[in-house]
Ligand binder design. Structure first.
Ligand code: NAP
Length: 496
């Protein structure tokens, strides 16, 4: 039997305490009760990084019990106390950026520079919600009856279950956990199978920051055990809210399962973003925006443009200038300094990407650069496809990889109709220099996030979330705090 290759992550870290493989429950690092582990794999080499706790329903239930117990006192902490702890967590995250980025790149495969940028981006949410914790307040309502005081209190919803995908292992957690804690909730977290080490490192930093036991709990699980573990939370009436980021298919399933205990839900689901380039665009700016929006994280981003609509009048010029940029990208080991695209996350992702490209080619698409097959292992060179049309699989399905299909359009109406011709509604982008067109087009696009002459739209101050099958709820901004609060109306009568 061949020995599995090992990836020595510990030797890359300046703070070895950040490498954890056990669950974090009630302030203790614990093996799964079953003693089972599963292997976390480095996607660039296929080597094993670590054996991590493979939790089941018992571990998940233990985590929920711990979060419920901690909630009793955490909800009563002062806003200043929560803000201070979040500030301290933020400071530790920033201090350990390089280690966190190393852990993330090892298990997720994004280029190291992107991983560092993700730590900074995720940390900005922690800082933001630390500040918002100090601004939580209710209302005094207009007085309608003499001797009556009517007030509104905003209270934490309770224990929150947090489930996140592998593509942004740090930021997705930061923008859920930070508002939950700022609101006074406690959390039970289940990171993606592929990327538990980043989540466990975040928990370690939270422990170092001094959060009380049970306020943050993290359980890891393999794909086979995930549904079993999470089901313990879905059935638990003490888990009051589910905050999920992932595919629409799993989001629908979770919403159905959570219905019996009437949980509050935030669902950040799949996307199929259009990117429209009108004939009056600044083409250089549009290409820069497209490269930023599409190729970050190798195209494995929910807001990635999946369908690029280019006006007939500039189609050929746009395609040729785009190909010059895309063909020059370096696809290589994510720890190499100048790598721009690392490996895809796993074989299933490669099969989907390759399947979409082959299907497009079979249906008349012209491959302008890149290849229909992966280069080696999980590496896939970016592909630009001309003459894309809406019978291709990549029109209706999220490719989640470095594939840039160029669709033609001949009128504004056609571009808008085709852009909206999808069940999804997460992000949409368009480029034009005509200010009347800006107002017309943005008013008609069906998306929760719209980029106008801008490809990098996410920010901690802005509400992020979708419409249609891309889900509901918002993350970031002050709206992102509301999702973790409930409103209590208090009516005091006969005061005078
Ligand atoms: P996924 O398969 O839906 O998984 C997301 C999370 O759900 C993972 O932690 C996964 O655990 C867990 N999960 C899967 N099946 C489950 C079940 N039956 N019960 C409970 N939990 C379950 O999505 P993915 O492939 O990891 O991520 C890619 C998708 O996420 C894309 O569709 C992308 O657009 C979307 N996404 C959306 C946003 C947004 O903000 N809207 C952001 C990023 C990504 P395992 O890993 O163990 O399977």
């Amino acid at each position: 039997m061949s020995k599995t290759k090992q990836f020595d992550l510990a030797s890359l870290l300046s703070e070895p305490l950040l490498l954890n493989t056990k669950n974090y429950i009630n302030g203790k690092w614990q093996k799964a009760v079953s003693q089972q582990t599963y292997e976390v794999i480095n996607p660039a080499s296929g080597a094993s990084i670590a054996g991590v706790a493979n939790s089941d329903a018992i571990d998940a239930a233990n985590a929920a019990r711990s979060a419920k117990k901690a909630f009793a006192s955490w909800q009563l902490t002062t806003h200043r106390e929560r803000a201070n702890l979040l500030e301290k967590w933020h400071q530790l995250i920033i201090e350990h950026t390089d280690d966190l980025a190393c852990i993330m790149t090892s298990e997720q495969g994004k280029p190291l520079a992107e991983a560092k940028a993700e730590v900074g981006y995720g940390a900005s949410y922690v800082k933001w919600f630390a500040q918002l914790a100090m601004q939580l307040r209710g209302d005094i309502l207009p007085n309608s009856v003499p001797g009556r005081l009517q007030t509104v209190e905003k209270r934490p919803v309770g224990v929150v279950a947090v489930i996140t995908p592998w593509n942004f292992p740090f930021a997705m957690l930061a923008r859920k956990i930070a508002p939950a804690l700022a609101a006074g909730c406690t959390v039970v977290v289940k990171p993606a199978e592929d990327t538990p080490l980043t989540a466990l490192a975040m928990a370690k930093l939270a422990e170092m920051a001094g959060f009380p036991d049970g306020v943050i709990n993290v359980v890891a699980a393999s794909r086979e055990q995930t549904a079993i573990a999470v089901d313990a939370w879905l059935k638990d009436v003490h888990v009051k809210k589910l905050s999920f980021t992932g595919s629409t298919q799993v989001g629908r399933y979770l919403a159905e399962r959570a219905a019996s205990s009437l949980k509050k839900l935030s669902l950040e689901l799949g996307g199929n973003a259009p990117f429209i380039v009108f004939e009056d665009s600044d083409i250089d700016a549009a290409i820069t925006g497209l490269m930023a929006a599409k190729l970050r994280n190798g195209g494995q981003t929910c807001v990635c443009p999946n369908r690029i609509y280019v006006a007939n009048a500039i189609y050929d010029e746009f395609a040729s200038r785009l190909v010059d940029k895309v063909a020059a990208l370096k696809v290589a080991d994510p720890f190499d300094d100048d790598t721009q695209i690392g490996p895809m996350i796993n074989q299933k992702a490669i099969d989907k990407i390759s399947g979409h490209v082959k299907d497009a080619e079979a249906q008349g698409g012209i491959i302008l650069c890149g290849n229909i097959e992966p280069r080696e292992g999980l590496f896939f060179e970016p592909v630009v496809i001309a003459e894309a049309h809406n019978k291709m699989a990549l029109f209706s399905e999220e490719t989640f990889g470095p594939v840039l299909p160029l669709f033609r359009f001949s009128s504004e109406e056609e571009a808008i109709e085709e852009a909206n011709n999808t069940e999804y509604g997460l992000a949409a982008y368009f480029y034009t220099q005509d200010h009347r067109r800006i107002h017309r087009v943005k008013a008609q696009l069906q998306a929760g996030v719209i980029g106008v002459n801008e490809g990098a739209v996410a920010s901690e101050v802005a509400p992020f979330g979708g419409v249609k099958a891309s889900g509901y709820g918002r993350e970031g901004s002050h709206y992102g705090l509301d999702d973790f609060l409930q409103i209590t109306y208090v009516c005091e009568g006969n005061l005078y």
